[in-house]
Every structure is written in C-alpha cells, then in structure tokens.
Ligand binder design. Sequence first.
Ligand SMILES: NC(=O)c1ccc[n+]([C@@H]2O[C@H](COP(=O)([O-])OP(=O)(O)OC[C@H]3O[C@@H](n4cnc5c(N)ncnc54)[C@H](O)[C@@H]3O)[C@@H](O)[C@H]2O)c1
Length: 257
Amino acid sequence: MAGRLEGKVTVVTGGGSGIGRAAAALFAVEGAAVAVLDRVPEAAEETVDQIVAAGGQALAVTADIVDSDGVNAAFDWVNAQLGPVGVLYNNAGVNSSGSVLTATEEDWDRCLAVNVKGTYLCSAAAARTMVDHGGGSIVNQGSVAALVGVANFAAYCASKGAVVALTRSMAVDLAPSGIRVNVICPGTVYTPLMRPMLTVRGGGDEEKGLAMTVAKYPIGRLGTPEDIARVALFLASDEAAFMTGSVVTPDGGMTAQ
Ligand SMILES: NC(=O)c1ccc[n+]([C@@H]2O[C@H](COP(=O)([O-])OP(=O)(O)OC[C@H]3O[C@@H](n4cnc5c(N)ncnc54)[C@H](O)[C@@H]3O)[C@@H](O)[C@H]2O)c1
C-alpha cells in the first residue's frame, strides 16, 4: 500500500529535535522525501541518519529561519536535491518565559522573530514553488498558548496567536493556488523545549512542575511528539483535502474546560 505522502517532497523545520524529529520520521515512513531543516546541523544530521537507517529518504539542511537569505538558499537547495517542495511543516519554534512585566525585550524580539517571522519566511519560500507546481500543503505550529492565557508566557502566547492569524490569512490567499494551510495547537508535549519550563513551574523541581502541568490535562498525561506528528501527517496529506484555515487542537482536553 502506498504511503500517505508517497512521492511528496516535504520540509520539516526544527526537524532536529522533539516534535519535528518525530514528524520527519513519520513522513518518511509514509513515503515522503524529507528535508530536515534545523539551525543546529548535528541535530538535523542525527534525524536524517535515523530516517536513512530505517530505509527512508532524507536530507539535512542547516538554516536559521529568521534569516531570509539563508531560508531562500535552503529551499532552493531542497528543490534542486529532492524536487519541488509540496509539503511544509513550519514546526521550528522557541519558548520565552515571563509576563508582560518581567519578559525582557530581547526575549520578546527573539520569540516573535523565530515563531512568526520564521513561519512567514519559510511559507513564502515554499509557496512560491507550490504555486508553480499545482499546489501543496503547509502545516503551521501554534500552541494552546494561542488560545488560552498561559501564565508567564506573554511573548510566546503573542507569537502563537500571530501564527494562528497568519494561518487563516495564508489559507484565504493561497487557496486559489491549490495550497492548503492549517495550524496545529498542541497542548504540552514532553520535549527538550518544555523541560526547563516544567522546572521553573515546579520552583526548581521538574517532577513537581510535571505533576502540576499534568493536572491541567483531563486526559491525565502530557502529549508525546508522536501524538502531534500524526496530526501533522493527516493535515499534510490528501486525507485533509477539504481542510484549510483550520485550527486543530491535540491537547488532551486542556482547552475544552
Ligand atoms: N513541547 C511543547 O509542549 C509544545 C507545545 C505546543 C507547541 N509546541 C511547538 O512545537 C514546536 C516544536 O517544539 P518542540 O517541543 O519539539 O521543541 P524542541 O526544542 O525539542 O525542537 C525545536 C527545534 O527547532 C530548532 N530551531 C529553533 N529555532 C530555530 C531557528 N531559528 N531556525 C531553525 N531551527 C530552529 C531547534 O534547533 C530544535 O531542533 C515549537 O514551535 C513549539 O513552540 C511545543
């Protein structure tokens, strides 16, 4: 049976860790040629090694998604090496802690730049190719922090809210070109990104922070990278052919309360 992304060239940003690594691996299992884009070359290469060892096709690409020249060169390289990009998972992102009173301007700027400008730059680079090749699918990474106020996450909440708004805008603009754009808003997923935040929440005790966080989830656990990767696969694939501009919320019921 053909995979759900058979023959598709996909780019996964932040593919060197966490959710991005799980998604890159799953996309490859489903038949995609996967460009694993990350700021950290060794991280991208490690993901690629794992995919290739499992019999998949993958290419490591190093770029910082806030650098437009670097992003454009990276997408040109992927188009040349693997073929025209048909799927983009805008997964790379950074956290930023602090309320509007305590967050530093530097953290605010970095968080907005990576999470919002980075999503815009990668989307523009991919969409230019998709327009010329009959369409494609873009999956953005939001967060429950776009939908509810999460304490001491001001810049992060603002950045993910902007990603949801950008998703809707792109969905409307790009639909005539056959490009679907959706956004995933995951609840807390146990990854390297989250562990320092759990420690802060627990007053220096990660286990305590973990227990306090799990208590907010009716389903009684945090998400796994694979939980989110499966949603990304669905949205990336033709199974979601009638979905664009959707906000999909794999969050263990966190925002249902
Ligand atoms: N972990 C969670 O609880 C959670 C919940 C909701 C949303 N998210 C979102 O999911 C995404 C992935 O999170 P994760 O937990 O897997 O994170 P992670 O830290 O494990 O992985 C993020 C990856 O992105 C890369 N990256 C960061 N900045 C980059 C940049 N400027 N250019 C290129 N690559 C860059 C990092 O090197 C890393 O490999 C993020 O957008 C995050 O905001 C995470």
